[in-house]
Design a protein around this ligand. Structure first.
Ligand SMILES: [Zn+2]
Length: 174
């Protein structure tokens, strides 16, 4: 083993330990993070390509779930990607909040709620999915988060017209 490969080998040890640590962390879903796609239409394939443009080696979209707005998917339709199927971490918040990627279920609402309002069917799809995940993984209501409202995230996501108050109220009741 030469000096460089020895160094790479030694460096790989903390990386592997970190991987094992996060493997255990992310097995427990602790957060739900809600996003919007910021585009007018979308589906699994489209969102997968959006992520691939930023991260060419990625085979997955950034989120675990998508909820359609009637353009590309039916309004209120729930779809899940391979991250959910394989129960792996998300890539929907910045590295500054990496724990919310490792242990946060990313739900992306198709649409741009900075510009438009959410349809009722899409709202109901979102609410039913969050309610289901909250009960199944015993996630606290306070851990249902909105991307741009997470400390240190610099984004308007999921937009000023997103029904924050209604959703928080419905979640706390459920
Ligand atoms: Zn977002």
């Amino acid at each position: 083993m030469n000096r460089i490969s020895r160094r790479l080998f030694l460096l790989s040890i903390p990386a592997a330990l970190g991987g094992v640590y996060f493997w255990n962390k992310r097995k427990k879903w602790k957060y739900i993070v809600v996003h919007h796609s910021a585009g007018s239409s979308g589906n699994l394939k489209f969102l997968k390509n959006v992520h691939k443009e930023r991260f060419p080696y990625s085979k997955y979209m950034a989120y675990h779930f998508l909820i359609g707005n009637g353009k590309g998917m039916k309004e209120g339709e729930i779809a899940y990607g391979k991250r959910w199927k394989n129960q792996i971490w998300g890539a929907h918040v910045s590295y500054r909040n990496k724990f919310k990627n490792y242990s946060g279920i990313g739900i992306c609402m198709i649409g741009n709620f900075e510009k438009y309002k959410m349809g009722e069917k899409q709202y109901q799809g979102m609410f039913s999915l969050i309610k289901y995940l909250k009960i199944k993984y015993k996630i606290d209501s306070n851990n249902v988060l909105f991307h741009g409202k997470i400390h240190k995230e610099q984004t308007l996501c999921p937009g000023k017209n997103f029904p924050y108050e209604r959703l928080i109220k419905d979640i706390k009741k459920s």
